[in-house]
Design a protein around this ligand. Sequence first.
Ligand SMILES: [Zn+2]
Length: 523
Amino acid sequence: MDTPGAPSSDTASRATGTRPRASAACVLLLLLAACTPVTPVLTPAPNATRAATAGAPLPASPAATAPVPPTPPATDTPLPAASPAPALGRPAQALDAALDLPAHTLAVRQVLTYPNTSGVALDTLVFDVAPDAQPGVLALESFSVDGAPVAPARDGPHWTVSLPRPLAPGALARIETRYTLALPSIPAGASDSTGGFGWTVRQTNLSDWYPVVAPYRDGAWLVHAPFGAGENLALEAADFDVTLTLQNAPGASVAASAAGTAGEAGGATRWRFTANVLRSFALSVSPEYVVTEQRVDGVLVRAYLFPEHQEAGAAALAAVARALQVYGQAYGPYPDPQFSLVEADFGDGLELGDMVFLGYSFFAEYDGTPRNWLTLIGAHETAHQWWYNQVGNDQALEPWLDEALCTYSELVFYENVYPDAVDWWWDFRIRRFAPQGYVDSTIYDLPEFRPYVNAVYLRGALFLSELRAAMGDEAFFAFLRRYVAANRGRIATRADFWVAAGDVPARPALEQRYFAPPSPAPR
Ligand SMILES: [Zn+2]
């Protein structure tokens, strides 16, 4: 784990430092299976120019921080078998999963109702199957489309399925599959890239644990290989109906991407969760969690903490609750009734739909002040509920669209909540790294994490600071609210960003300073 204040650390986390990972080739699957490796582009960047922190903070209103008593789960709620809701132009995922906690196995029946919104007939579907990136994890038992058995062509985490008949524009496909996951153990010292899926002796985590149909854009399926320092998924928002049967797990608590109800079923505990318009649905199970909660602006914020970190946990809960309120005022409201903060038994932070992980070491190193990684990364990961969960993006090819905005959101948080710490934030987060590199770098351009973070996160924040100074505070935050409103539930692009920004005379100069020059060939 990294040491705050050690900018040259090579063991730090995704949010904070350098962590080289195994290399792999990028693939962009074009229709059937055309594979286009992406050559890393390492282009010298102009020196970073630090922009002034423009303008006054947003008006803050006090948070409602009084703890509320835990809500007991309903014990008599009927738990029907998973059945997809009518698709409303987005996929509907019905997942019925049984977790044997000591055996580390998850048996899943999944019914995905997929609407063809592409405008053209599709004769194949391409799936992102993140668990299949690791050999030996996913055992496929059956796969069918509209009742007809089909054998997917499995290429690691990318599956191509030839449809029994073409799927007309506007039509629905019902994909039913059964599989068992042999969950991997999360190694000691793991970061978010491996910590979000698998088990430790304290915690079992399920992020990106089910197949999704990849986005289809401009005649191509947007699937990208895991690579380097960044995340690689482009995810459509979906509706979820998730049933989790917990076996051999007395006393375990379940953190999830939605509020749930629990009942007994044959000696096991059966949970059911429903949520709409989420980028992903995650679960985390531990017999050790101490659960605390507070309500802010109508949102129930729940923290799942290890017992040795109650003081730091209370600070983290207060920070993410306050961040939800600040961003709700700045960007538009948080749209869902619940948000979960989970202490991770691994390093770094990880954003998921309506849920975030914060790394164990952030809690262990908490110093009683807001000037630390726990508060800073808590604010960062909470911002992903706007930049990732509400407004999606291609995390492999346009990671700046979520990471630059989340890093800049840290500053928005400090301006509003701890204005005396704003200068500290600039020094601690940005200046000491003297960041260089193009803001619009892909995860394949910069495979080492420190250069990637410096370019995409840190110079991204510098770019946004200059854009705010050029537009003025009122116009800048009005632009971000327009951007969210126009792209909520969508996968936004750089073009969408500038459409929402409107006519910005400083745009050419800013793009020249911060973005890669236009290339005649696709990067
Ligand atoms: Zn982030």
